[in-house]
Design a binder for this molecule. Structure first.
Ligand code: AMP
Ligand code: GLY
Length: 416
């Protein structure tokens, strides 16, 4: 019998997870899903409604639940679902604080001597203002809580830092999330991510990846949710990967376990590769988007069993590995993105793109009668694998050229 899996979320990340788990023979259900995950079974759901999430789980009775985005994790979805007897891939609320509170993550890193930017945490605007006035280095301001990836302000002068602090702490642009602010030094270097599957005790690293956060070629223009990704990163050597596991991941897992908040799920370590070695920028407690799309096409082995082992605390550290090679993902976005733009525009050419050897993962799409139409800012991810990132990106770009919708935009330098 096929094992049933329920994935919570609606992005290309969730579509890629579903696609990969289906290869292991799982029967996939996605809530709420998107136009692409209709290839499996979608279920209407408001992810902010934890009771409704639990009721859907009771109805479907899956062997495994995979939580995609951070908000339900930080809100305690895993505690609730595990309390109802389900196996869930994702951390409970207390462990999800690694992403849900930057001040918490910082204090833990300080205690464990994990390399990260020097920082101070402030609860009062006046004290934070006094601190930035006395500093001449460029500072990074971070709202403590979740802010949909927008709560980080890079400042170049004390004046900009003061303005930013007022925005966060008195104008409360991100509500409660900015009541506490972490101020840190600006790190310089290439930015990479390292995804590590964890069962509370053991760690199984996937490969490194990089994403492209800015809208336009050359890394300029506004910040976005991510315009593309590739894997592996050329900036992390085998020795540095070992160092990241030894100095960052293992001490963190041991401390979380000691605190009675074992970390189960995927730890996304966001790193700056500085001239003095890797330093942590952030922890996320879920898969990255669009990094996941690039990672999923490279995975060998039984991913379903590996995720279930993480959920049940039975991970064998070398249960699966990454296939050799590399991958690249292009995000195709709507006109106007990252601001909101037109919707309901017909999308054509996906079958043609897949015939070119790429996988197309959906994000902002929906099916309207017999048409597939746009329904969001990031519409599709076009992912390809190859012997090298160079080969993979060639295939991805050829495939993307097959796809059309009005106003479609994408970067031409992903993985270049
Ligand atoms: P975070 O959500 O903490 O990863 O911050 C979002 C983005 O801001 C990161 O992906 C980096 O590009 C940038 N960033 C965060 N902290 C720093 C830092 N200390 N120095 C330089 N860039 C940073
Ligand atoms: N691509 C970065 C993230 O998922 O947070």
């Amino acid at each position: 019998m096929n094992e049933r899996v329920l994935i919570l979320g609606s992005g290309a990340r969730e579509h890629a997870l579903a696609w990969r788990l289906a290869k292991d023979g799982a029967e996939l259900h996605i809530a709420p899903g998107n136009g692409g995950t209709l290839a499996f079974e979608n279920h209407a759901l408001d992810l902010a409604n934890l009771q409704a999430t639990k009721e859907l789980a009771r109805k479907l009775d899956p062997a495994l639940i995979v939580v995609g985005p951070e908000a339900p994790l930080v809100a305690g979805a895993v505690d609730l679902l595990e309390g109802s007897g389900f196996s869930v891939f994702g951390p409970r609320r207390e462990a999800a604080r690694l992403e849900g509170s930057k001040a918490y993550a910082k204090s833990l890193m300080e205690k464990l001597g994990i390399p990260t930017a020097q920082s101070r945490t402030f609860h009062e605007l006046e004290q934070a203002l006094a601190y930035v006035r006395s500093s001449d280095a460029p500072l990074v301001l971070k709202a403590d809580g979740l802010a949909a990836g927008k709560g980080v302000l890079m400042t170049r002068s004390p004046q900009e830092a003061e303005d930013g602090l007022r925005e966060l702490m008195s104008e409360r642009r991100f509500g409660n999330a900015g009541d506490v602010v972490v101020i840190e030094e600006t790190l310089i270097g290439p930015e990479v991510s390292f995804h590590v599957l964890c069962d509370g005790t053991s760690a199984l690293p996937l490969d490194t990846a990089q994403d492209h956060k800015r809208l336009l070629d050359g890394g300029v223009g506004p910040n976005t949710g991510g315009m593309g990704s590739f894997s592996p990163s050329p900036h992390v050597s085998r020795r540095e990967r070992e160092e990241i596991l030894r100095v960052i991941v293992r001490p963190l897992l041991a401390e979380m376990e000691r605190r009675g908040a074992p970390f189960r799920g995927v730890l996304f370590v966001g790193l700056m590769m500085t001239s003095v070695g890797p330093k942590v920028l952030e922890f996320n407690v879920r898969f990255g988007d669009p990094e996941t799309q690039s990672l999923m096409v490279r995975l060998a082995g039984n991913f379903f069993e590996t995720l279930r082992a993480c959920a049940t605390g039975t991970l064998v550290a070398n249960a699966m590995g990454l296939g050799a090679g590399a991958s690249a993902t292009l995000v195709l976005a709507s006109k106007g993105y990252p601001a909101s733009g037109p919707r309901d525009l017909e999308i054509r050419g996906i079958a043609g793109a897949e015939a070119m050897g790429a996988q197309v993962f959906h994000a902002g799409t929906r099916v309207d009668g017999t048409r597939l139409v746009t329904a969001g800012g990031r519409v599709l991810s076009v992912t390809a694998s190859g012997d090298s990132v160079r080969e993979a990106r060639k295939v991805a770009y050829r495939a993307a050229a097959e796809i059309e919708f009005e106003g479609m935009q994408y970067r031409t330098d992903i993985g270049a």
